[in-house]
Design a protein around this ligand. Structure first.
Ligand code: MD6
Ligand code: FE
Length: 207
């Protein structure tokens, strides 16, 4: 198989590649419009952990399967908690995947996380996908977020980076199972979303 040329990231921290400002403001606005349609077909919900705690982010998904968490635990599901199919992944989102990871399989799942000013995401690994050779790509829209990158096992020293609207991040290869999380959101740092907050998309080959 002929390997396509991968673009060079502007920053690489512990094997996590960051393409800063990959999406210009027109591309960001177009993507937000497409995501409004996704949220209309698959409304945001607040997931609950298996321990019964509400998460601070609100979530929905697009694609063949979506990520859900409730008292039964977390998993990929072919339907929204209210029973409908997930809407298709917007073309503009798929185009970002093809641009940054041209040699990967196409994603079948796009998790959409919404953070208000007080939301955060604890340190975790993305390890529920069937083929861990495939990367995870994330797109940040709206307010800045402090992203923490740890190690392949829990704990140890970490490094943090502010992700801005239009930044694209790739976790793959040797870094695929690195622990990571969002410590805080810088409220009011972006004008992209009229009511503020941050949207993060994570694209995955789940099955
Ligand atoms: C976030 N991101 O940026 C959370 N996971 O809000 C993630 O959990 C993530 O950015 C896997 C790969 C890239 C990510
Ligand atoms: Fe993650």
């Amino acid at each position: 198989m002929v390997k396509k040329m991968e673009p060079t990231p502007s920053l690489c921290i512990r094997g996590v590649s960051i393409f800063q400002g990959l999406l210009d403001s027109a591309a960001q606005m177009e993507m937000v419009a497409a995501l409004r349609e996704v949220a209309r077909m698959a409304p945001f919900f607040r997931p609950v952990t298996s321990r019964g705690q509400s998460m601070s982010v609100r979530m929905t998904s697009a694609g063949q399967v979506g990520w859900v968490s409730d008292r039964r635990g977390y998993r990929y599901e072919p339907r929204h908690p209210e029973g409908s199919n997930w809407p298709p992944i917007p073309e503009s989102v798929l185009a970002v995947w093809s641009q940054v990871v041209p040699n990967a399989r196409m994603p079948d799942s796009c998790l959409v996380n919404f953070y208000d000013a007080d939301a955060r995401m604890g340190m975790h690994q993305d390890r529920d996908e069937a083929d861990l050779e495939q990367p995870v790509v994330s797109i940040s829209l709206g307010d800045d977020a402090l992203f923490r990158i740890g190690n392949l096992t829990r704990g140890g020293k970490t490094e943090s980076v502010w992700l801005k609207s239009g930044d694209v991040l790739v976790i793959g290869g040797a870094a695929r199972l690195v622990y990571h999380g969002i410590d805080r959101i810088r409220a009011g740092s972006s004008k992209l979303l009229p009511d503020g907050g941050r949207i993060n998309l994570t694209l995955r080959v789940a099955r």
